[in-house]
Design a protein around this ligand. Structure first.
Ligand code: GAL
Length: 632
């Protein structure tokens, strides 16, 4: 073992003298310098702690894409300040370098043929356009052999395949060392699981390995996770006890026992697996090369189990590009304290690509979120600890004012994993209209500088009509059914949705049909909830509902969901007897899924009132539901 007192001494001396970081720049992604003041070269990397020392390995991109110099390692005692340990796996320019001291110590005992295979895998090329590509290196300590084992995505060209595509080889490289600091000896590069059930047309053969990662479970079982089959599928494969190859229960690996294939045809890359609270998590990216895309995460009860995709863990502005990063690793600092590590690739000058590290926040149900923190330090984890709310909060109320009266001004919480409870005060903020109905979310700011989001359903007793647009096609839905059960004949419509025709006093009066333009409106969306399905209007047409109403004061509420990622400028117009009574303009945001608008109007005599949703400019209007409340 090379790391012992001497390196540790260097570590502390150099950190004291040269660098003194005490925070991470997070989403800002400021260049991270090592103890020599040089930009850290450990891209697509991994961090772990072994015997009180943090190890970070990654791709050395000093030469941008090529020639590839190998795998670089850094060590740290505090995660903020990193000491350069140099290249722990080196590549070579010429075959004759195999005779040099460094390489002959590692490969001198191999046959000429075996040595040539190593030369091919570690060939740097000569002109910067050829040679090996080493990506996403990860290291594990093997308890059985005591060795340190690196796996990486081995690609690029060899002296004999020069000129070929850089990602045609698509193998896994495996290297071992007796010291975490290397030098690592390459054992070879390998195709992994070849499962004929999956489509190999893109790759010609199965077993290809591209973006990859390793994961070691608490019982010491290790896994390699990689994109394969033209990057369409993700393989999770158990390693053998030595961590130098894959486990084979039969003549070959057995699906379900040695490996699984998951996210089939989902084209996921950059997998980063971790375990928290006995659940397994995997964050991954889409496949858009060096350009960022939205991350997605999945949860499973076991590594080779059923992975359930949850969605993008990023919640702040910039979530659609994962704050301009691509996942590479999740590091567990302590129980409940996890850091997302992403690469912000600069494709034209890869050497300057940044490391963006962000804390992962868990909620009481174990769902995660990644927020856009800048300049944060490890003390943040005490501020984002997940907790349960032990106080029962109202989930169903009669009106917004009832909700305001029934919400407590303090609640009891309990941090996950702790037995004591705490009473904290809450300040609720209602960013909603007083006449809102159906599902609403409210935010509570807690005295412990945390906030909670609480979802409530409002069944307003003043409702005389509720139409779940499109219910005719999709079934009446839970909200209408529950409302009808509560209000009985006070709710005047007996169907979830209906056309306004002679004989019915209310319903949609636009013509509804297929997608051809001779109708006004068409169905859109799926799903049983009132928001996710509804109507869209054809070019220049409006979505109109009509109601026969007696003299009185009313609120018309309408709900909107954006299906096409489009910002819509819309207007609600209430008219009677051909005359406009009132209108309201509003904007439906691109990612709005629960936009609710309320308009008040009064009638002095019984009239047929039309409520029309139109556009004021741009795209045509949409509508998910409409209701009429009558003021008592
Ligand atoms: C990304 C991948 C990187 C690298 C890059 C090349 O999708 O995650 O590791 O292979 O493509 O374009």
């Amino acid at each position: 073992m090379k790391i012992t007192l001497i390196s540790l001494l260097f570590l502390s001396i150099s950190f004291n003298l040269i660098n003194s970081y005490s925070s991470f720049t997070g989403a800002e992604g400021v260049m991270m310098l090592d103890n020599n003041g040089v930009a850290i070269q450990a891209h697509g990397g991994q961090i772990q702690k072994l015997k009180n020392v943090y190890y970070w390995i990654g791709e050395d991109k000093t030469n941008d894409y090529k020639p590839c110099l190998g795998i670089h390692m850094y060590t740290s005692l505090d995660l903020y300040n990193w000491y350069d340990e140099g290249l722990v796996l080196k590549t070579m320019k010429t075959e004759s370098e195999l005779k040099d001291e460094y390489f002959s110590k590692l490969y001198g005992d191999l046959s000429a043929e075996e040595q040539y295979a190593i030369y091919e895998d570690l060939w740097q090329g000569t002109d910067g356009s050829e040679g090996c590509v080493i990506e996403r290196p990860k290291m594990l300590h093997c308890p059985k052999t005591g060795q340190y084992v690196i796996w990486f995505h081995a690609d690029g060209t060899t002296p004999s395949s020069s000129g070929q595509s850089n990602y045609a080889k698509a193998k896994a490289g495996v290297a071992v060392s007796d010291s975490p600091l290397g030098p690592y000896k390459l054992l070879g590069t390998y195709l992994l699981v070849n499962d004929d059930k999956y489509d190999h047309t893109w790759d010609n053969i199965g077993g290809h390995v591209r973006d990859m990662n390793l994961f070691k479970d608490d019982d010491g079982t290790a896994y390699v996770i990689y994109s394969s089959d033209g990057n369409t599928n993700t393989y999770i494969v158990k390693l053998n006890d030595e961590y130098t190859g894959i486990s084979k229960s039969g003549d070959k690996p057995v699906e379900g026992v040695d490996y699984i294939v998951t996210f089939v045809k989902n084209s996921r890359e950059a997998p980063a697996m971790f375990k928290a609270n006995n659940k397994y998590y995997m964050i991954s990216s889409g496949c858009t090369g060096w350009s960022p895309n939205p991350a997605s995460y999945a949860i499973a009860d076991s590594v080779l189990g059923n992975w359930q995709t949850i969605g993008n863990p990023c919640v702040d502005d910039g979530a659609s590009t994962t704050y301009e990063t691509q996942s590479t690793c999740v590091y567990k600092v302590n129980e409940g304290e996890y850091i997302y590590m992403g690469d912000r690739w600069f494709s034209g000058y890869l050497r300057d690509s940044r490391y963006v590290w962000l804390p992962i926040e868990f909620d009481a149900e174990g769902y995660i979120s990644i927020k856009k923190h800048s300049n944060w330090d490890l003390s943040i984890f005490s501020k984002i600890k997940p907790f349960k709310i032990l106080t029962n909060l109202p989930t169903e109320v009669n009106s917004v004012s009832d909700l305001k009266n029934s919400l407590p001004s303090s609640i009891i919480i309990q941090y996950i994993g702790e037995s004591t409870t705490q009473t904290v005060t809450v300040e609720w903020s209602f960013d909603i209209d007083d006449n809102s109905i159906a599902d609403i979310s409210i935010t509570g700011s807690l005295s412990i500088e945390r906030s909670i989001i609480h979802n409530v359903q409002i069944f307003d007793k003043r409702t005389i009509y509720f139409f779940d647009s499109g219910a005719g096609l999709y079934g009446n839905g839970d909200y209408y059914t529950n409302l009808k059960a509560k209000l009985g004949s006070k709710l005047l419509n007996n169907e979830g949705d209906q056309a306004y025709i002679k004989g019915t006093q209310a319903g949609y009066s636009s013509s509804l049909g297929g997608t051809d333009d001779n109708v006004d409106i068409s169905y859109k969306g799926t799903g049983n909830d009132i928001w996710s399905h509804g109507f869209w209007a054809h070019g220049g047409k409006n979505i109109v509902y009509s109601f026969e109403l007696k003299a009185g004061t009313y609120y018309v509420n309408e709900g909107f969901f954006e299906w096409w990622n489009t910002q819509r400028y819309m207007k609600i117009t209430v008219s009677a007897g051909g005359k406009e009574i009132t209108n309201k303009t509003f904007t439906l945001g691109k990612s709005d899924t629960r936009n609710q608008q309320s308009v008040k109007f009064s009638l002095t005599s019984t009239q047929i009132v039309t409520v029309s949703v139109s556009k004021t400019s741009g795209s045509d209007p949409v509508l998910s539901w409409i209701s009429i409340l009558q003021e008592n």
